[in-house]
Write a new protein. Structure first.
Length: 228
């Protein structure tokens, strides 16, 4: 299994996370996704075994541990792209997973896991991250990745982090660069789950509306695959 790493190294990650902790209230509180976070989950835990139920943090952890060669989250990138008016052939790319590694890592601090699925959409390189945490907000784990892909300054990143915490489930939140969008997902059980869609590096040929629409449609699809 390949291992994906949040970019920038320990110092960069620590600086970003520390700045967010200092400037944004509630990072360590419950993410508030809830088992009724707008999806069709079941409070009795059966949703975790159903391909039609929202994801759980535990399910994201299992997928991250054994991601396989095909994205373990049930995304239909081609269908979402067509619906969002984005043209171009879709090719599947790499699939990686990451679990907590070291006590000071963002995933360890949030007791989380993530899956990174790569695609090619026309001439664009696309990465779709699915992250689940039991502590805090799922998007916060990926702030260093968001800053790296969007190429935004720290002030913009901190503003984005604050808006991400206040975002409602299903709402696509774009960076100022317009090429990265995050959406909080419905979650079965406790914790917080989100997807982060990253297109290109620092810029994309797609319009802001197309990126937001694509992220929203992918969020509507996000489910775990049925076991073989």
């Amino acid at each position: 299994m390949g291992k994906w790493r949040i970019p920038g190294g320990g110092l960069t990650v620590a600086v970003v996370i520390a700045a967010v902790l200092a400037s944004c209230s509630g990072l360590g509180e419950d993410g508030g996704g809830g088992e009724d976070g707008g999806g069709d989950g079941h409070g009795d835990g059966r949703g975790e075994r159903s391909a039609s139920a929202p994801l759980s943090v535990a399910a994201v952890g299992r997928m991250a541990a054994e991601p396989g060669s095909r994205c373990p989250v049930r995304y239909d990138m081609a269908g979402a792209a067509r619906a969002a008016g984005v043209h171009g052939a879709v090719e599947d790319g790499s699939v990686e997973g990451e679990l907590p590694d070291g006590a000071d890592s963002p995933l360890a601090q949030s007791d989380g896991a993530l899956v990174d699925c790569g695609y090619r959409l026309g001439e664009e390189q696309v990465r779709l991250f699915t992250v689940g945490v039991t502590k805090g907000y799922a998007v916060s784990v990926l702030l260093p990745q968001i800053q790296h892909d969007a190429g935004i300054p720290m002030d913009d990143l901190l503003d984005y982090a604050g808006r991400a915490q206040r975002a409602k489930g299903g709402e696509a939140l774009l960076t100022s660069s317009g090429n990265v969008a995050a959406v909080r997902l419905p979650v079965t059980g406790e914790g917080d789950v989100a997807l982060v869609l990253s297109i290109g590096e620092h810029r994309t040929r797609l319009s802001r509306d197309q990126v937001a629409d694509l992220a929203t449609r992918l969020a509507e699809q996000a489910r775990g695959r049925s076991p073989p």
